[in-house]
Design a protein around this ligand. Structure first.
Ligand code: WTA
Length: 574
């Protein structure tokens, strides 16, 4: 545990940013990062301006900003193109009096218009809310309702999942890909943009004005709207430089969907703030397709997730035949623990180390990372970014010594720290219950060289293939099924996905357990909530373990599953 691995493959990072980590930490000042930007002088910002227009103004308008492809489209856009397209949509929004502080949501698959419209939303100072295309009715409704979104950008295929009549605040829907129904304020995105001006003065904002909202799951209650503000750009830019190692001529590919924070912080903001060419691949995962995306675009920096690497690993050497991956010089991972086994496999097939990075929706940006050029200890998340102080605390807020497991905590504040949980200040306060610290909900320990080692979640949140799934949301859906009396949901360890969703269910009287019923219940969640939240395993039980106050004890379910002792049962019902 915690020994340095001297057979280090350095990767091919070119930025000597952290050549001396301890020096960098000692001399680091956020002010020095801020000084890089024009806004340091004016005090006014706009993320979309900094990520797009600034490059045009500084003579980089003809540089390729977006390389998009899927099975039917293959397109390339310059920074000047992005400026024009986002200006047009910004003007459309202004025409309908949508502007500063309004929440405008996006519900569509990865495609260029998702990127154009998101930038357009930011141009006018509205707050963007990207949703996964996999969300079904209930998931979409909960998020639009809670956020009070006034407009939505979506596609004709997804429109039927939007329960308009239950969303009084949702005034406009912009349809990408044809169709309109003006009487019901459903407008054709293309037509509207075509008739709008391509000139637009962005809304000038303060660092504390809204930027983006991502809904994410905790162990209790509905998903929380994590609200980020403009100042996050300082961290996106800085980590783009020191962690992603982005330089002018890089071709960068982040495989994440913008429905997940990684797909915005590092799939939009960091690369474009740094002015690099950003690759977006639409469609589903396939090993062959992914490797061809790297080869065809000559991707140099690649940011993905452990489940994807594990799937590539299990696809075997066959999938690597005949593809040239020699352009790759820096590979990173986020979202779940990165197994040492996967790192060692990466050493072989990519001839370089995969760099693990740790952060959360709430943190807005990377906080603990394996930096380019740093000695990597396989299994460790790395060390805090210069400017970030991380530690391990016990439940009372006392610092714990090295090698002692406890709450992974980050000293407040940092530029991309969430500003609030929308409509729920109590939830927000919970993260900051120990003065001066953000409590992550992860447990970890630190070794004697300041490397952090992830141990698990403190709460019941499930992490399946990098997606955070709240057991409560799944349980709530399950008990809507007529056969289900009670349901308890846990994460069951899985070699490919990290964890899978497993549901324990007691049936209502008159229902007989059967494989068909299991399949039907799973499909009920899949079609009502989303595919990734649907239980991959269901076990029927006559009775579920409950506290005397009637709360299902997930901890006991987990112990059953892992065949471990159930721990303190003093509060159990009988
Ligand atoms: C987990 C992801 C181990 C962790 C950007 C965290 C990780 C949650 C790592 C956040 C990592 C993320 N190693 N676990 N490198 N990165 N996690 O909000 O439990 O979807 O609290 O954001 O994922 O998930 P989220």
């Amino acid at each position: 545990m915690g020994q340095v691995h001297h057979h280090v493959l350095p990767g091919r990072a070119r930025n000597p940013n952290l050549a001396d980590y301890d020096q960098a930490v000692t001399h680091f000042k956020w002010e020095d990062v801020e000084r890089n930007f024009t806004w340091y002088d004016t005090g006014k910002v706009n993320m979309a301006y900094e990520a797009v227009d600034r490059h045009v103004r500084e003579g980089r308008g003809e540089k390729t900003a977006l390389l998009y492809s899927d099975s039917t489209r293959d397109e390339s856009y310059t920074f000047a193109d992005l400026q024009e397209k986002s200006n047009r949509f910004g003007n459309v929004l202004r025409k309908y009096r949508i502007g500063k502080g309004d929440r405008v949501f996006l519900f569509m698959p990865r495609q260029p218009e998702l990127y154009f419209s998101l930038l357009g939303i930011l141009k006018v100072g509205a707050v963007a809310g990207p949703l996964f295309e996999a969300f079904m009715e209930t998931a979409v409704k909960d998020r639009l309702e809670d956020s009070g979104a006034v407009a939505l950008v979506t596609t004709p295929e997804l429109l039927h999942r939007v329960k308009r009549e239950e969303l009084p605040e949702l005034r406009y829907i912009f349809l990408v890909g044809g169709g309109s129904d003006p009487e019901n304020y459903v407008l054709d995105y293309e037509t509207e943009c075509a008739s709008a001006s391509e000139e637009l003065e962005p809304e000038w904002l303060g660092l504390e004005d809204g930027l983006i909202m991502h809904y994410t799951s905790g162990s209790t209650g509905k998903p929380k709207g994590v609200y980020h503000v403009q100042r996050a750009m300082i961290q996106h830019y800085y980590s783009g430089k020191v962690v992603l190692d982005l330089l002018d001529d890089d071709i960068y590919w982040c495989t994440a969907d913008p429905g997940w924070v990684t797909g915005t912080s590092y799939g939009i903001f960091a690369p474009w703030l740094c002015g690099v060419t950003n690759v977006v691949r639409g469609g589903r995962f396939s090993p062959r397709d992914w490797y061809q995306t790297i080869e065809r675009n000559k991707v140099t920096v690649w940011y993905s997730a452990p489940t994807a690497f594990r799937m590539l690993m299990s696809a075997g050497t066959e999938s690597l035949k005949g593809v040239d991956l020699s352009s790759l010089r820096h590979i990173l991972s986020v979202g779940e623990p990165l197994n040492p086994e996967v790192i060692r496999w990466g050493d072989k097939v990519y001839s370089q180390r995969i760099h693990d990075t740790w952060w959360m929706t709430e943190t807005g940006g990377q906080l603990i990372c394996n930096f380019p050029g740093m000695d990597i200890k396989p299994g460790s998340m790395g060390r805090p970014l210069p400017g970030i102080k991380a530690t391990i605390l016990d439940d009372k807020g006392n610092k714990l010594p090295p090698y002692t497991m406890g709450n992974l905590a980050i000293q407040t504040p940092w530029p991309s720290m969430m500003d609030r949980i929308w409509n729920n200040s109590a939830k927000y306060e919970e993260y900051f219950r120990i003065p001066g610290w953000y409590i992550s909900g992860d447990s970890a320990y630190m070794d004697d060289e300041g490397y952090f080692w992830f141990q698990g979640r403190v709460d019941d949140v499930i992490n399946s293939a990098g997606e955070r799934i709240g057991p409560f949301e799944v349980e709530s859906k399950l008990i809507e099924h007529p056969a289900v009396a009670e349901a308890g949901v846990i994460g069951k360890p899985d070699t490919l996905r990290g964890e899978i969703v497993k549901a324990f269910i007691s049936l209502r009287q008159g229902y007989i357990p059967s494989p068909e019923l299991k399949a039907e219940i799973a499909s009920f969640v899949r079609s009502g909530l989303s595919a990734h939240a649907a239980p991959r395993e269901i076990e029927f039980k006559d009775k579920l373990p409950k506290t005397r106050s009637g709360k299902i004890m997930r901890r006991v379910l987990k112990a059953w599953e892992l065949q471990l002792p159930a721990g303190d049962l003093s509060t159990i019902e009988d």
